[in-house]
Design a binder for this molecule. Structure first.
Ligand code: DC
Length: 237
């Protein structure tokens, strides 16, 4: 049987990646892999161990000794770091920053790349992150790059944090989102970059359902293209 697709979703924070990849995964009955959660878990482990994101050797050893697993519990995605549920602990503003800092480290990226490829290679998956369409799965059948204005991304992030009870200002959140995106975009290893063949969707003024419909139609189109190519190949052989 033909394997199912690999779908890559990249973009800056607050562009809608997490929400859309979950919705798309449900609609297609695919597995959703939040690669940001993996970098956040490494950030949390480094923070707890007192390792500075600049310490290459210590970070490399840390990655070699940890396990990151995804689990569905009561309809929710949970992240396990060495068996411990860290789903909430990795979502604080401090861990956003820590994740961004450890993610610039080559040894950390190498370790995560191996895990992500192992998780996705069977297909039937959506991976969301910063370098999925460019580095992790450059051959992914469908690639999306989501974007939105900095103000809108800051507004979404601020709302998310306030819902968790954090007392945070909109201006401060916009500033933090912009600072983190600039670090993710300007780093040396696997920076945030749009793949040339990615479908770009500006979600600034779109509802979640509108974006989802657009993504579903791209996936349907791509499936048709792939289907007709393989039929042609079979006829030619
Ligand atoms: O998507 P997120 O905000 O949870 O990601 C947290 C950080 O992890 C982000 O600032 C950059 C990094 N990251 C990355 O470098 N590559 C990925 N594929 C995913 C996330």
């Amino acid at each position: 049987m033909k394997r199912e697709l690999i779908i890559a979703i990249d973009g800056p924070s607050g562009s809608g990646k997490s929400t859309l990849s979950r919705r798309l995964a449900t609609a297609l009955d695919y597995t959703n892999i939040d690669t940001g959660a993996m970098y956040r878990s490494v950030g949390l482990a480094a923070y707890r161990a007192g390792i500075d994101p600049g310490e290459d050797g210590a970070l490399s050893a840390l990655c070699a000794g940890l396990t990151i697993d995804f689990l569905r519990k009561d309809g929710e995605e949970r992240v396990l770091l060495n068996g411990e549920d860290v789903s909430e602990a990795i979502r604080t503003p401090e861990m956003s920053l820590m994740a961004s800092r450890v993610s610039a480290n080559a040894a950390v990226r190498k370790a995560m790349l191996g895990l992500q490829r192992a998780l996705g290679e069977q297909g039937g998956v959506i991976l969301e992150g910063r370098d999925i369409g460019t580095v992790v799965f450059p051959g992914a059948e469908v690639k999306f790059f989501l974007k939105a204005s900095p103000r809108e991304r800051g507004r979404r992030r601020c709302q998310e944090l306030r819902e968790k009870g954090l007392d945070i200002s909109l201006e401060q959140t916009i500033e933090e989102v912009e600072r983190r995106d600039s670090a993710d975009t300007n780093r040396l290893h696997a920076p945030l970059l749009r793949a040339e063949d990615a479908v770009v969707i500006d979600t600034t003024a779109m509802t979640i359902d509108q974006v989802l419909q657009r993504m579903l139609s791209v996936v349907a189109e791509r499936r048709q293209q792939i289907g007709s190519t393989s039929v042609r190949k079979e006829l030619e052989s």
